[in-house]
Design a protein around this ligand. Sequence first.
Ligand code: SAM
Length: 238
Amino acid sequence: MSEEFDQYAASYKALLKDPIRDKFSADGAFFAKRKWILIQDFFSHRKRNLHEMAWLDIGCGQGELLTLGKGSFGRIAGCDMSAEMLAGAQGLDVTLQTNPECLPYADQTFDFVTAVCVFHHVEPSHRDGLVREMVRLLKPGGVVGILEHNPLNPATRLIVSRTPVDQNAILLMAGETEKLLHKSGLSELESRYFLYLPESLYPSLGWIEPILKSVPLGGQYATFGWNSEPRKADVRVY
Ligand SMILES: C[S@@+](CC[C@H](N)C(=O)[O-])C[C@H]1O[C@@H](n2cnc3c(N)ncnc32)[C@H](O)[C@@H]1O
């Protein structure tokens, strides 16, 4: 249900409150910060210059993650089905999306297209179409990133089961997300689990998370997919 988030927007942060979630991060800001660290880490390993890249976050909601990346990417943009959620994305380049399977941008516009905690709200029959749209928007060498709750983590399942905004959620395993990206033609795939540690322990013990990235117990996971076609910058002409 696409506009269902209109009803949640005014009290979105309050609706996410949960005793376990709050122990992990008192004000919830850590969840977006941790994702931003993960995204930076992904691209720094690939020696990609974010300032030369355009990033679209679909289902961006109130734009918390985009706000963190604003000064680092050459361009950032967001879209969402909920006008009320977008109203909270002040100062960002956002567009209202009117069809759950159509993204309001031209082909090959972005280097990086993400969907963060969106696909568990997308009807299963719309998921293939939405991923195809994300891939349509990629420039050659571009990357799609889908970040999701991990159904294999018992705390995640419990929190989702009692969070009002998740009442219609249908969680996806990382393998299902990989299949969606593979079916849409992305040949290189990588999933990594994260959010093992609460905010209080992350500064001292965060180095453990990359070591655990293949252990399917983190609170969330990220699946990245890209085409094997080389970027122009990678092609050397002698
Ligand atoms: C749980 S919120 C996540 C918002 C944001 N990505 C974040 O992590 O804070 C899910 C968002 O996905 C949006 N959404 C649901 N179905 C969508 C679709 N088919 N296309 C784009 N956005 C969608 C909702 O309107 C909502 O704003």
